[in-house]
Design a protein around this ligand. Structure first.
Ligand code: BGC
Length: 757
């Protein structure tokens, strides 16, 4: 608990840092200007020596498969490697072939690549290797694996998120890789979307705080990514990727400008203010314009307004997609021109050299000015210098020391514990006594892949046989806590088919409690598309049959998005939302079940009750103004129970009238009124009562997680400034209007007024 307490204090400090960053509105890399000027000189010097081919090559990124032997997944083909790096001057490589490598395999691969770049090319420019390490170094065997971001958001603990970034950076660098395609800063406002679990949920403020903390974890406070245990962050997918109308990945989004700015832009603004070195473009389209072809989004807004100065990389094959998929370019060549002129600096081509060939032609024909090439290559070379690759691009064996260590595992375990969200606990069924006779059932009970989801060892994360067998599934973790003979396991169903529901129900009749583990198999990106948010029928039928036995049922939801469970909620006695808790998830769930850990997670999303009622917590007044329009989710955003109880009192907001430029101080007292120590997330919401653009009923503005002993109470303070009252006006600009505001914390609320002086 003390560590957790420390974490809370740090979390508070973190929110402070974020606010300063947001207020300063600019890039706060805190770099030494003379160092920066010296890098500029080196970049210019190098650029002067480079041929056009070498420059265009730097802008080209291919996947590892392009240089790998056909026969083995961890061996490179020297001829293919030379063809890429020497003949095509490729500047960057990404990804794995099929599955994660061990540290030694990575070291061999990276060394072989850098050897060719350094020893066999004219200028010896090192290769920039990039990887998706989205919940720990998930493409390196034996790495520390964290909950996916949706679960991390449920911890409401930015300090843990920062530690996640630090450990991930360490383990990615330990693999010899300096660039991480993470964090996903898309806002999860479309629950069908198969990448919801990669987001920090539906709220822009919570996601901004968590995202900025993670960027600082990856890059360090001063963003000096040359440090041996830091990597460059890549915030993605800029902008508006997460909101496809159909819910299916990479299908059209229709997002008006003020909505784009109000909900989807703030996280990117925060990450850029936190110094993120790179950005990846949104693979999809908004309002009929593919983002890879939008100069407005990629240059005017990103660079002109957000002040981003780093490298902008395309997403997978998305320049070609302008021609083959989206049909805004009549040829591949036109697609290259559109994307490069819109502002893409590096193309994740990734399977051939077409981009290189076509861009060369375009420059030679005068269709793309060389100045644009120089701008892009400068950014790429600058990053390589900043990462220290020109000093030493080889893996650092000293970093093997803490890789996958117990120290790191404990942090991932703590993250999993703090993410688990108790949604129902009728009659205080939980925590369970260790003497209970238990039936464990359901498709997520005995699988590591479904605890982890996509981006684990493989892209889809679904190769159960690749998972480290010493890690515990939910069933195994439960068996470790109680007498093994008191635990029975009958799966009952697969994810979508009955196996033997009757056998499960029969087994239930002989036990004290049933633990039904339901949810989703591992998936990611487009293969995770679904047509119905409802939990599959087979699983609903299993739980209904178990509930009919009268034996108390604990439901555990292991899922990347909120599958509708209305039919089985009322009769389940207790419900735990586990999200995708990672490799330590089984243990964390068992600790919560038996009361070794008091749950403190809070939903970072609205959990819908009906598949067609997807109203979010910060809806407009007209969405919840009477019996026909209600915010009626199964569980609201921010919700989560504890084994103890908390009482809020003495909310004050002072002064009650402020002028522009002033701030208000909010004070509230929280008391642990129950019998156990526990953590509560104090959430402060602001309501703007009247505004020229219809206001939301409330918006999260601050939060703080507190750990309290039974009977203990604490008073906490928050400060809100004028910028916290801002909204995106009719002209698309942030503005603040005078008038009345209401602050709500827990069950309490109080008002204040902003006046023009
Ligand atoms: C995903 C990105 C990822 C890239 C490289 C794309 O399909 O959209 O999030 O970084 O692949 O693996």
């Amino acid at each position: 608990m003390t560590d957790m307490g420390k974490g809370m204090a740090m979390a508070r400090a973190w929110i402070g840092v974020l606010l300063v960053l947001l207020a300063s509105g600019g890039c706060s890399k805190g770099k030494d200007p003379s160092e920066s000027a010296s890098i500029d000189r080196k970049v210019d010097e190098l650029l002067r020596k480079m041929s056009l081919e070498e420059k265009v090559g730097q802008m080209t990124q291919v996947t590892l498969q392009v240089v790998a032997k056909d026969s083995a997944h961890d061996e490179l083909d020297p001829e293919k490697l030379r063809n890429a790096i020497v003949n095509h001057h490729v500047g960057s490589i990404l990804n794995v072939v099929d599955a994660a490598y061990t540290l030694d395999q990575w070291h061999r691969i990276i060394t072989q690549i850098q050897d060719v770049a350094l020893k066999e090319t004219r200028l010896g420019i090192p290769i920039l290797y990039g990887i998706d390490a989205v919940h720990g170094a998930n493409y390196t065997r034996g790495a520390t694996i964290f909950p996916q971001n949706l679960g991390m958001a449920a911890t409401w603990n930015p300090e843990l998120m920062r530690r996640n970034g630090e450990i991930t950076a360490y383990e990615v660098r330990a693999s010899g890789i300096p660039w991480n395609f993470s964090p996903v800063l898309d806002i999860g406002r479309q629950p069908l979307w198969p990448r919801l679990f990669e987001t920090f949920g539906e709220d822009p403020y919570l996601a901004s705080v968590m995202g900025a903390a993670y960027v600082k974890g990856l890059e360090g406070d001063d963003n000096r990514v040359s440090r041996p245990d830091k990597v460059a962050a890549c915030t993605k997918h800029y902008l508006g990727y997460s909101f496809p109308l159909s819910g299916k990945d990479r299908t059209p989004a229709w997002i008006p400008e003020n909505m784009l700015r109000e909900y989807f832009l703030p996280t990117f603004r925060a990450a850029i203010a936190a110094g993120a070195h790179t950005v990846m473009a949104n693979s999809g389209q908004i309002n009929g314009v593919p983002v890879h072809a939008s100069k407005y989004l990629l240059t005017d807004l990103l660079r002109g307004e957000l002040g981003f100065r780093g490298l902008l990389v395309s997403d997978w094959a998305d320049i070609n997609n302008l021609h083959f998929r989206d049909r805004v370019a009549a040829s591949q060549k036109e697609a290259v021109k559109l994307a490069v002129m819109a502002g893409i600096d590096m193309s994740m081509v990734p399977e051939d050299f077409s981009f290189y060939e076509l861009l060369l032609q375009l420059v030679r024909e005068g269709e793309v000015p060389e100045s644009r090439i120089h701008e892009a290559v400068r950014r790429i070379l600058r990053l390589k210098f900043e990462l220290g690759l020109f000093d030493n691009p080889y893996p650092n064996p000293a970093l093997k020391e803490k890789f996958g260590s117990e120290e790191f595992r404990q942090v991932a375990l703590q993250a999993a514990r703090e993410s688990i969200t108790l949604l129902k606990n009728e009659g205080e069924l939980l925590p369970l006594p260790k003497t209970a006779r238990i039936l464990v059932t359901g498709p997520t009970a005995n699988s590591l892949s479904c605890l982890n989801g996509g981006w684990t060892i493989t892209w889809q994360g679904d190769r159960e046989e690749f998972y480290p067998q010493e890690k515990l599934t939910i069933l195994e973790a439960i068996r470790e806590k109680v007498e093994p003979q008191n635990v029975r396991f009958v799966p009952g169903v697969t994810f979508d088919r009955p196996l033997d529901v009757k056998a499960a129900a029969d087994a239930a009749r002989g036990v004290d409690v049933v633990i039904a583990c339901v949810g989703e198999p591992a998936y990611c990106e487009t293969p995770g598309n679904i047509v119905d948010l409802t939990l599959p029928e087979a699983q609903l039928q299993l739980v209904e049959a178990l509930e009919q036995t009268g034996v108390p049922v604990v439901l555990i939801l292991v899922e990347g998005r909120p599958r509708v469970v209305r039919r089985i909620v009322d009769r389940a006695r207790s419900i735990l939302m586990a999200y995708l808790p990672g490799l330590e998830g089984g243990q964390a769930i068992a600790e919560v079940l038996f009361g070794e850990v008091n749950p403190s997670g809070k939903l970072p999303i609205t959990y819908p009750r009906y598949p067609n009622d997807l109203t979010l917590y910060d809806h407009k007044y007209s969405e919840a103004n009477g019996p026909y329009n209600r915010y009626d989710p199964e569980w609201p955003f921010g919700f989560g129970l504890s084994y103890t109880t908390f009482e809020y009192s003495n909310l004050t907001v002072a002064p009650s009238r402020i002028a522009r430029g002033d701030s208000v101080t909010v004070e509230v007292t929280l008391r642990n009124s129950g019998q156990r120590a526990g953590a509560e997330v104090v959430q402060l919401y602001l309501s703007d009562l009247y505004a020229s653009v219809t206001p939301s009923v409330r918006k999260l503005k601050r939060f703080q997680k507190l750990v309290l002993e039974p009977g203990e109470e604490k008073t906490i303070h928050f400060r809100l400034g004028e910028e916290d009252l801002a909204f995106v006006g009719r002209d698309g600009r942030l503005q603040v209007e005078p008038g009345e505001f209401r602050i709500t914390v827990g069950p309490l609320s109080a008002g204040f007024e902003l006046v023009n002086r």
